[in-house]
Design a protein around this ligand. Structure first.
Ligand code: NAD
Length: 370
């Protein structure tokens, strides 16, 4: 199929620590798929996080927000590090940049793949006999509602002692839209969706479950089931390969998606997407970033695993730019690179068949397989 040449605009915010190192490699991979699949990206590289604090005094300068507003998507590295830990809370790299970006762009759907490739099961803390073929779970987390943002929230004196309170609140429309993201994701994968709640205790969960059952009518091919969050946490460590897509509210998703990252074995392998508005063509405005942080312990040494950042670029191509073939090509090249034995330190075992590489070497191996 030949299509006319397409141009997309992206904001590139590399950030701190290993962010710039792994971003460089993901942009090389982007260059390669652009040449092969006949599109181009106009890239607006801007400061964010600690790097922006050093240059401008603020972790999210107005020029950076403006660049993001003029783009189809944000490719984000990671922010933070010991240097900026004594900043006031709202001027800290994560709190002062990531949270405002999510809020500004209404990024309500967080997609966190938890993937353990068959050749990397040794890196997973799950007993290897339980996951002979690895696993591939997608967690869809609601990101802008629930107890983190509900009002009233606060602290006061009652009967002579301090009390503190948070409010867990969900509108039906908020639940409906995140479920539609999850059902749609399930349609593109194994067509099995587990909705996670605590409907035996929480009113928000009862509304969540009712809404999930209603939305299911629009996706008759997807098999929907429900799990209580405590059971979901247990099943994830017992049989992660029994899941396809999991959808849940903000607090539960925060915890379960980190559990999934941990059982996957290496943060350096896991991308993520945070999606906001959807256009008429079904593409989302989104921000794409590795699940891990800025890894100050290994920054500047050229040894970080660039795959999480490379796969974040692939997610961007699929969900925001509509370049599905390029996304699939990157994912396939990454899987082959791992199958062929290429390992950065975080996923190495020392086995003789492994080919030890650094950040650039891993990207070279992916590029050779594209
Ligand atoms: P981290 O994810 O940065 O690091 C945890 C461990 O995983 C470290 O040992 C690190 O070396 C390793 N790791 C992470 N990514 C890797 C990669 N690509 N290749 C190889 N190893 C990798 O978490 P942390 O140490 O708790 O936090 C460090 C800093 O990052 C803190 O300032 C924190 O606030 C920030 N942080 C930022 C984000 C973000 O930007 N979204 C997320 C989490 C943490």
């Amino acid at each position: 199929m030949s299509r006319t040449h397409r141009t997309h605009r992206i904001a590139v915010l590399a950030g701190d620590g290993i962010g710039p190192e792994v971003m460089t490699e993901s942009l090389r991979v982007l260059d390669a798929v652009e040449a092969r699949f006949g599109f181009s990206t106009v890239r607006d590289e801007r400061l964010v996080g600690g790097a922006a604090i050093d240059a401008t005094g603020h972790p999210l300068p107005p020029e950076t927000i403006a660049a993001c507003e003029q783009s189809d998507a944000i490719l984000f590295g990671s922010v933070g590090g010991p240097k900026w830990e004594s900043q006031p809370p709202d001027l800290q790299p994560e709190r002062g940049a990531l949270l405002p970006l999510r809020k500004h762009f209404g990024l309500f759907a967080n997609l966190r793949p938890g993937v353990c490739l068959p050749s990397l099961t040794h890196a997973s803390p799950v007993k290897n006999e339980l996951i002979p073929n690895g696993f591939d779970v997608l967690c869809v987390r609601e990101l802008t509602g629930g107890v983190y943002f509900g009002q009233p929230k606060g602290r006061e004196e009652r009967d002579g002692e301090p009390v503190a309170f948070d409010t867990m609140i969900y509108r039906k429309s908020e639940i409906d839209r995140i479920l539609r993201v999850a059902f749609t994701a399930a349609m593109g994968r194994g067509k099995r969706l587990v909705s996670v709640d605590k409907a035996n205790v929480l009113a928000t969960s009862v509304l969540w479950r009712e809404t999930a059952n209603e939305v299911a009518a629009d996706f008759p091919e997807v098999a929907l089931s429900h799990l209580y969050v405590d059971n979901a946490a247990m099943q994830l460590v017992k049989r992660p390969d029994s899941f396809d897509v999991l959808v849940t509210e903000n607090l539960f998703g925060d915890i379960l998606s980190d559990e999934m990252a941990m059982i996957s074995g290496s943060l350096g392998m896991l991308p993520s997407a945070s999606l906001g508005k959807q256009n008429a063509g079904g593409l989302y405005y989104g921000m794409y970033e590795p699940s891990g942080g800025s890894a100050p312990d290994i920054a500047g040494r050229g040894i970080a695993n660039p795959i999480a950042q490379i796969l974040s670029a692939a997610m961007m191509l699929r969900h925001s730019l509509g370049e599905n073939e390029a996304a699939a090509a990157i994912e396939a090249a990454v899987a082959r690179t791992i199958d062929d034995g290429y390992r950065t330190g975080d996923i190495a075992t020392g086995a003789a068949a492994e080919i030890r590489v650094g950040t650039a070497g891993m990207a070279d191996a992916v590029l050779e397989r594209l």
